[in-house]
Design a protein around this ligand. Structure first.
Ligand SMILES: [Ca+2]
Ligand SMILES: [Ca+2]
Ligand SMILES: [Ca+2]
Length: 221
């Protein structure tokens, strides 16, 4: 019953690229596109820019945080994920950046891919190393998100212990290799980097299905 009409079309060229570089199927990409459209804001920075590129839908950091149930300034982790997803660093996610990012956050991403993303999230200044300060900032954010209160002195102890155990060359930083060794010894370390992309996709597929099938009890009872 060819009814994909209810979903906005993904530009053919983007679809082709994304099919080859992500783990998503065409159906998944269409559902993600619908989700993207629902989060997107076509006003680019509110500066009234009207050129073609600016008119493309984009997700602002605020919109991204809102979609994940966070507020600006409340989640360093989510803000860092946003920054790592924002490939061209313009402060917005276009559809390509959005999908490539979600791909790395999906359960289908390999452990290596997720580890790379997590390392980039931790490496706030982007110098290719995770310093104690960066580690402490992200751990603090992780505890806050988990609803756990950890006094600063205890937090420092956790950081010091982590570095004692994993800063193998004692340069005061974790290199990617050292970071990897740490993750290998701590199963579950990558858990925070998995988003329920499948849930997002399923929601949109269900919605699309409901509209296409013309009825199907769908909506909230
Ligand atoms: Ca961007
Ligand atoms: Ca760094
Ligand atoms: Ca080191």
């Amino acid at each position: 019953m060819g009814g994909t009409a209810s979903l906005p079309a993904v530009p053919a060229k983007q679809l082709k690229t994304l099919l080859s570089v992500t783990h998503f199927s065409e159906l998944h990409l269409k559902a993600l596109h619908a989700h993207f459209q629902s989060l997107a804001d076509s006003r680019h920075g509110g500066g009234g820019a009207t050129d073609e590129a600016s008119a493309q839908p984009h997700i602002s950091k605020k919109g991204f945080l809102r979609a994940l149930g966070a507020e600006e300034g409340s989640s360093l982790f989510i803000e860092r994920v946003f920054t790592c997803m924002d490939g061209n660093r313009d402060g917005y996610l276009n559809f390509l950046e959005f999908v490539m990012g979600l791909d790395l956050l999906s359960p289908e991403a390999t452990a290596g891919e997720r580890l790379r993303l997590l390392f980039d999230v931790y490496d706030i200044d982007g110098d290719g190393l995770v310093s104690k300060t960066e580690c402490r900032a992200l751990l603090a954010a992780a505890f806050v998100e988990a609803g756990v209160t950890v006094p600063p002195t205890d937090l420092q102890k956790v950081v010091d212990k982590t570095f004692e155990a994993h800063d193998l060359d004692h340069d005061g930083n974790l290199s990617f290799a050292e970071f990897q060794t740490m993750a290998d010894k701590r199963p579950g370390f990558l858990r925070p980097v998995t988003l329920h992309t499948k849930q997002i996709i399923d929601q949109h597929l269900a919605k699309a299905d409901g509209t296409a099938a013309g009825g199907a009890a769908a909506a909230s009872s």
